[in-house]
Ligand binder design. Sequence first.
Ligand code: E4P
Length: 219
Amino acid sequence: MKFFVDTADIEEIRDLAATGLLDGVTTNPSLVAKAGRDFFDVLADICACVEGPVSAEVTAIEFESMIEEGRKLAALANNIAVKVPLTWDGLKACRLLTQEGTKVNVTLCFSLSQAVLAAKVGATFVSPFVGRLDDISHDGMDLIADIKKIYDNYESFTTEILVASIRHPGHVVEAARLGADICTVPPVVLRKLASHPLTDRGLEQFLEDWRSTGQKILN
Ligand code: E4P
């Protein structure tokens, strides 16, 4: 399973990239607004720091302007994946941008029928939003399981399932259990994946016992 980080905060991205755990980055207009920086500067910084796909979202909602924006974003770096919303115009834009050789991430996917269409137009990634489904009392992970089953039925469906709107480590573990291709994880959740109170307690005890020996590994 690949890990993308879901943020436009370059400091967080640099820090997490140094672990070797990052396979890509996803941004969206809300995350860019939160970062409070120029969109193009942010993308240049991220693409210089991460080799894998960096999702940059169009803000146009009509086909022609989506294509114009998508081409401009794609020209910024080889690893840009243009993000388009799962609308008719977005699907049309996905098809054309994909035919032009651009990676496309179809975002805001909330249903199986939408996921089928994303695969039909050749999206590189489809982003089902599990947390937002959970928020309205649906089970986001059920959608992931069903998309996976359907995609596995057809060799021609090569779209990768990019689990988005992740809220806690359980979402990541369940996505891995279901065989999703990628999770895009907020930095705070990514860090939580490594933590366990028994690890902290165990380490504390080992260090205390080690100190009592008066020995050192390095002098
Ligand atoms: C995905 O690419 C989106 O940026 C993101 O996962 C949305 O998550 P949210 O529901 O926490 O805003």
